[in-house]
Design a protein around this ligand. Structure first.
Ligand SMILES: NC(=O)c1ccc[n+]([C@@H]2O[C@H](COP(=O)([O-])OP(=O)(O)OC[C@H]3O[C@@H](n4cnc5c(N)ncnc54)[C@H](OP(=O)(O)O)[C@@H]3O)[C@@H](O)[C@H]2O)c1
Length: 428
């Protein structure tokens, strides 16, 4: 057998420990598949004394991740610290500068600095791999850069934040309000230290913009993603949507249209019979539409020790085999600056209104919609108390800007008891 592939692992939390366990448990299998032994030379984390439920005694300890990244006796630097700046960024940059291949699970880092890091890695002739950064155990980066490379990609969409999907499906199955399930998720350790990264859609959008860069050959552009979190979705919305044949998902959508690159992460309605609607708990699904392949969907655990470490190991195996791939599927210098566009295509929308229980309120809504040329496909009023009448209106396909104008006009009428909600209906 040829020389071992020597890893330096920075970050010994959920993912780091998962990677070490796989390497310890499957050494022979990995050697056979990778064509060379995979070993760990050195590790780094904040606390040297923390019990991590894994034997680290064979590995050199480095207090400083940047020093680990530069060591002469590692071939691959594996960054599993997290964060879009600080030690994660500094150590990845140091590793690239020292000519090391890099593997990271850090979507925040790549969403904010992907282009500059890709240029640096390609100039240095090293790999920068990040399978674990998007949709946990689902090998979607490899699928897009490799297996689907012969396709012009038309659309990428998916549910890519397991915590949000857990919250939405738990609200529905246990009939609990958002606040209760949010607290439950917090107790279970499902939420990031800053929960807004999850429920605000930011984490999922970090992943989406990496996929759209590969799919459309554009530079990563997180600032160009339209973002809306799940905090406004009520249990009543979920129930009423279900009554009308839909489920609510935090859905990411990336599409290249004549207007430019459209990237959005929003709570959306999907038909209850669609594969995306079936996702329960922390499961993720990514759907890709290519001109030759048609539509394909990949589904699996979006987070957790095993699934995320599985994705890291996919990258380790590729590097062990000597494979080299441009970071975003084509040389970083050829990625176009994305012309960002607001969602322009027509789709149906669902408006949730809690109307004051007063004569003429519904007539005012109808005329506001008619004035904006939004036509109603169907509408349902749900049982209500004395003060407020919940109404859901499904429109015929219409441009988002048109329905937004109607929505603003309705909001200004002072006929609702609660902030109205507008959800796109995605034909998934
Ligand atoms: N968890 C998941 O399911 C999942 C899924 C996909 C992607 N990811 C990504 O994977 C990365 C790691 O996530 P995680 O869940 O494993 O995080 P985690 O459990 O919080 O672990 C983070 C690790 O980084 C270490 N660390 C913090 N500051 C450091 C520093 N200055 N130098 C060296 N090490 C430092 C911590 O050390 P101590 O242990 O000593 O505090 C800890 O071991 C993140 O980018 C995350 O977004 C995670």
């Amino acid at each position: 057998m040829s020389n071992a592939l020597r890893l330096g692992i920075a970050g010994l939390g959920t993912v780091g420990v998962g990677v070490i366990k796989i390497i310890q448990e499957h050494a022979t299998m990995l050697e056979m598949r990778g064509g060379r032994p995979v070993t760990i030379t050195a590790v780094s984390a904040r606390s040297k004394t923390k019990n991590r439920d894994v034997d680290l005694s064979d590995y050199t300890w480095e207090d400083n991740a940047v020093e680990l990244a530069k060591r002469d006796d590692i071939d691959v630097f594996v960054e599993l610290i997290g964060g879009d700046s600080g030690p994660a960024k500094a150590s990845v940059e140091a590793a690239i500068a020292a000519g090391k291949d890099v593997i990271t699970a850090n979507k925040a880092l790549l969403a904010m600095h992907g282009q500059e890091l890709a240029v640096a890695a390609e100039n240095a002739g090293v790999n920068l791999r990040y399978e674990a950064a998007v949709a946990g155990g689902i090998p979607i980066i490899k699928a897009l850069t490799d297996g689907l490379a012969g396709n012009k990609i038309n659309r990428v969409m998916g549910v890519m934040n397991g915590t949000c999907n857990y919250i939405l499906t738990r609200m529905e199955s246990a009939n609990l309000p958002y606040e209760t399930v949010f607290e439950e998720a917090n107790q279970l350790g499902y939420l990031e230290a800053d929960p807004n990264l999850d429920v605000g859609g930011i984490d999922a959008a970090h992943k989406l913009v990496l996929l759209s860069s590969i799919a459309f050959g554009t530079q990563v552009n997180f600032a160009g993603a339209e973002l809306e979190g799940i905090g406004e979705v009520t249990i009543e919305d979920i129930e009423h949507a279900r009554d009308m044949g839909f489920r609510i998902k935090l859905l990411g959508l990336a599409e290249m249209t004549d207007a430019g690159l459209e990237q959005s992460m929003r709570p959306s309605l999907v038909p209850a019979t669609s594969p995306l609607a079936q996702l329960e708990g922390g499961t993720n699904m990514v759907v890709v539409e290519g001109d030759a392949v048609g539509q394909i969907a990949m589904r699996g655990a979006g987070a957790g020790e095993g699934p995320t470490a599985s994705a890291v190991m996919g990258d380790v195996m590729d590097i062990a085999r000597g494979l080299k791939m441009p970071v975003f599927g084509q040389p970083a210098s050829t990625l176009k600056e994305a012309k960002i566009a607001k969602a322009s295509g027509k789709s149906a929308f669902c408006l949730r209104l809690n109307l004051k229980d007063e004569a003429g309120a519904m007539a005012k809504v109808s005329s506001a919609l008619a004035d904006a040329s939004v036509s109603i496909d169907r509408m349902r009023q749900f049982s209500h108390d004395d003060a407020s009448a919940p109404v859901m209106i499904v429109t015929h396909p219409v441009e988002r800007t048109t329905v937004e104008a109607a929505f603003a006009a309705i909001a200004a009428l002072n006929i609702t008891t609660q902030e109205p909600l507008m959800l796109g209906i995605v034909d998934a």
